[in-house]
Every structure is written in structure tokens, then in C-alpha cells.
Design a protein around this ligand. Structure first.
Ligand code: SF4
Length: 183
């Protein structure tokens, strides 16, 4: 506890498996937030992760090199939720399937602005309407990927700011000031 992500990734982990540059780090498991390299000085402890919108979760850390497509990783979070869903509540059971579909729409430039609005509302509903943390945490990797890697979705920072401004859950700030919080 307390060592930074940078120390873990570079000193203990020797960077990426491929030897290529680090682009993103996911902390806490498949539903943890994605951190950009600008946030690697974040200490690995409960409070620091929470203050930056992340979770410590089960402590798993996955390092992605510069070839990663973060839009695909966001879609994967929805797919993971759909596969693992027990089906008891609608936000998780149906929301995860619709989430993968709407991310496909954004990636393929179909009704982008409308699709972003749907994704925003969907993440909000999943976060606060799911009965357990499978559905409740799935927006975390989706929204952090959108916030920090908008270019992988074919989006600009302004596009992302458009959806973030009306989220009940919001990701605000950049670099070391990222925060996901209830407004
Ligand atoms: S959020 Fe939890 S309870 Fe609801 S469908 Fe998903 S796994 Fe089941």
C-alpha cells in the first residue's frame, strides 16, 4: 500500500509485456477505472484510488501498451457485464447489452450525439439502478476510457465534455485531478 502506480508498473513490473510504451493502466479488476500515464503517480491505496474515481477492488493491475484500442476496452466492459449478469435486475441485464450496441454506434459514427446521450443515461441508470456492483461498476471503465481516450472513439474532448456535463455521475478534471462523483 502507498507505492505509486508508476513504481509498480515500471520498477516492479518492468513496463509492458511487449516492451512498448505504456498507454493505460486498469486497477481493481475488469470493472476498475482506466488511468492514463499522466495519473501514474497515484498511490495505490483505497483513499487515493477513490479520490481519483477509481477502485482498489481485488488489487489486480493490467497494463496496456500503446497499441490498445480503448473504445474496444470500453465495449468489453459492457460485454463482460452482459456475460456475467445474473439477470435479476434490468439495468445490468439489458443495460449491458444496449451499452455494447451504443458503443458500436459511436465507434461506427452512427447518430453520434444521440448515441452519446443514450450512453450517458445508460451509465447513470446502471450505476444507481443496479442491485449489485457488477452492474453498478460497469460504467467506471466505460466512462474513464471515454474521458481519457476520446480519440479512440473518434471523439474530441468537447464531445466527451458534452456527455459528462449532464451525468449524475461525473468524471471531472484531467491528469491527477480525475474524479467520479455523484453530483
Ligand atoms: S447488477 Fe447484480 S443483481 Fe443485477 S443483474 Fe447484474 S449481477 Fe444480477
Amino acid at each position: 500500500m502507498g507505492v505509486t502506480l508508476r513504481e509498480i508498473v515500471h520498477d516492479y513490473g518492468s513496463g509492458t509485456a511487449s516492451g512498448k510504451a505504456v498507454r493505460a493502466v486498469q486497477v481493481g479488476g475488469p470493472l476498475g477505472a482506466y488511468f492514463p500515464t499522466s495519473m501514474l503517480d497515484t498511490p495505490l491505496d483505497y483513499e487515493s484510488m477513490a479520490a481519483r474515481g477509481g477502485i482498489l477492488g481485488h488489487g489486480g493491475i493490467v497494463v496496456f501498451d500503446e497499441t490498445v484500442d480503448m473504445a474496444r476496452m470500453a465495449r468489453y466492459a459492457m460485454e463482460f457485464c452482459a456475460i456475467e449478469s445474473c439477470g435479476k435486475c434490468t439495468p445490468c441485464r439489458i443495460g449491458s447489452i444496449r451499452g455494447a450496441e451504443v458503443i458500436d454506434d459511436i465507434i461506427n459514427r452512427r447518430r453520434v450525439r444521440e448515441s452519446l446521450e443514450v450512453l450517458r443515461d445508460l451509465c447513470d441508470t446502471m450505476k444507481f439502478g443496479s442491485l449489485c456492483l457488477l452492474g453498478g461498476l460497469t460504467p467506471l471503465p466505460v466512462l474513464s476510457a471515454l474521458k481519457f481516450f476520446p480519440e479512440d472513439f473518434g471523439l474530441t474532448t468537447a464531445d466527451v465534455d458534452f456527455i459528462m456535463q449532464d451525468l449524475t455521475i461525473s468524471i471531472s478534471g484531467t491528469g491527477n485531478t480525475n474524479e467520479i462523483a455523484r453530483r
